[in-house]
Ligand binder design. Structure first.
Ligand code: PLP
Ligand code: SF4
Length: 338
């Protein structure tokens, strides 16, 4: 007799897509009709930080173009292995700012909880690329000490779920976490930092929208898009679903050489975001992490791009150019010196 699995045990559609991500450099090159000569370098660089790209995201890349701005974000390159002075494993000294296991509390009023170490995509420029992404999700025990830290400090008004990618957690696990956070009386806002709405929009389902809006905490979702080509119809639909449910939507980008280091691209990104009901929040200067030096944009170039961008867009569509400096009490605004 064939028995159907109970519904709760079946992987949902997004979980299957999550698991089906491309991890083999050879498959990625074949999928996009790229020159097989790129393979040895891709394989070598993937040893340090594995390739991972959801198929739906790869489908938005141009075939046969090794410089495609979406491909550049995920394809391992020989440049990653070249030594670059000043580019280190932990550029933000995050290991030193752990307030409790899995909690970073650097800025007054808000604390960041590493909800899971898993990501749907591996971004080659990621400042956490040197940490183990294969590490299992933070167990219930780890949440327990994180939760008691948050409960012990009444100055914390906002909890930021980060990772990894917190939306890699199932709706059920996320709801368990939100229910526990809701019990902490001084928390008012729930912020989630996630790249999943962009790289795996299937993740945004009715269950997630309900989980985010059924809580007394005010929900803010900060997505992560770097290039207008990342925002296709499926992404717009997913974001509209969340906006309609009442989630405040913001975007952060990283300024990346060869991906989005020109005002026209960033202006198109802001316009596409707004059309999908998202406001631009931050444009980050690259953190100097080992293996990402080829993405760096010089500060004076970044400022010139920002000046042009501000002339082209309404003020509310121009993101704030920031850099993270260890030891500061907020992100540092990057402005022209006069
Ligand atoms: C970036 C960051 C935040 C959030 O900063 P905002 O300026 O409020 O967006 C909070 N905690 C840590 C550790 C961060 O790196
Ligand atoms: S999704 Fe975010 S945390 Fe994960 S690899 Fe990309 S930048 Fe890093």
């Amino acid at each position: 007799m064939i028995t159907a699995k109970p519904l709760s045990r079946q992987a949902s559609c997004w979980q299957r897509e999550f698991a089906r991500a491309i991890r083999d450099p050879n498959e990625l090159l074949r999928e996009l009709d790229l020159n097989p000569a790129l393979l040895p370098a891709a394989q070598a660089a993937a040893v340090k930080f594995p390739l991972r790209a959801p198929r739906g995201f790869v489908a938005r890349m141009r075939r046969g173009d090794p410089d495609d701005p979406l491909l550049r974000q995920v394809l391992p390159l020989a440049e990653e292995l070249a030594p670059a002075p000043g580019f280190v494993a932990d550029p933000l000294d995050e290991q030193a700012t752990q307030a409790a296991p899995g909690v970073l509390h650097k800025y007054p009023g808000r604390a960041l909880l590493i909800a899971t170490g898993v990501c749907a995509v591996h971004c080659r420029y990621c400042f956490r690329r040197a940490f183990s992404y294969t590490e299992a999700r933070a167990g219930a025990n780890q949440w327990r000490s994180a939760l008691s830290y948050l409960a012990s400090d009444a100055s914390i008004r906002e909890v930021i779920l980060s990772g990894g990618d917190p939306l890699a957690l199932s709706n059920r696990r996320l709801s368990v976490l939100l229910a526990a956070l809701e019990q902490i009386p001084h928390l008012e806002r729930l912020r989630i930092h996630s790249r999943l709405p962009i790289v795996l929009p299937e993740r945004i389902d009715g269950g997630l929208a309900a989980a985010l809006t059924d809580t007394r905490l005010r929900p803010v979702l900060v997505i992560h898009a770097n290039h207008p080509h990342e925002i296709d119809e499926t992404v717009v639909k997913a974001l509209e679903c969340l906006a309609t449910a009442g989630v405040t939507l913001l975007n952060q980008s990283v300024l990346l050489r060869g991906v989005n280091d020109d005002a026209a691209t960033l202006a198109a990104l802001s316009e596409a975001l707004f059309a999908a009901r998202v406001l631009p929040y931050y444009l980050h200067l690259l953190d100097h992490v080992q293996g990402a030096a080829h993405f760096a944009v010089k500060e004076n170039v970044a400022l010139a791009i920002m000046n042009t961008l501000r002339q082209r867009l309404p003020g509310y569509l121009a993101p704030r150019l920031v850099r993270e400096q260890p030891g500061q009490l907020a992100k540092t605004l990057v402005e022209s010196r006069r």
